[in-house]
Design a protein around this ligand. Sequence first.
Ligand code: FES
Length: 157
Amino acid sequence: MIKGEGMTLEICKKYAPNKDNLIQILHEIQDTHPQHYISPEAVDTVAEYLHVPANHIYGVLTFYTMYSTTPRGKNIIRLCESPPCYIKGSENILRKLKIILGVQTGETSRDGQFTLELCACLGVCGNAPVMMINDDVYGDLTEEKVEEIIEKIRRER
Ligand code: FES
């Protein structure tokens, strides 16, 4: 009998119970969770479904930085910290984001709306500095532009 969150099991069942599908399953679980993370219960469910040890799944979760095992905000901000973005001032953007959101890197804002993370090159260096918020890419960032983007998202939610 497979235990755990019903939603996780539903996601698992979309895939064949083959450990080659682990990465995709974990992605979908994290993307659909309102707090964008993979809970211990979800790990247990996936482990049972794929017949792999939970430790193997935790190994994968710690290897790939895109996964989180702690609850995160509704909106995940990923600011690129690779050299081309750094040279174009990503440090100033980071400082601005920390002030606006009242968080340090890796933290979630008090209202649960935003988690601030750093990431490697997002593949759009021509528009450096760049950040992603959920699936949307924002380039040619300035401190003013960042403020407008965050305000707009806050208004929309
Ligand atoms: S270095 Fe930032 S997008 Fe490539």
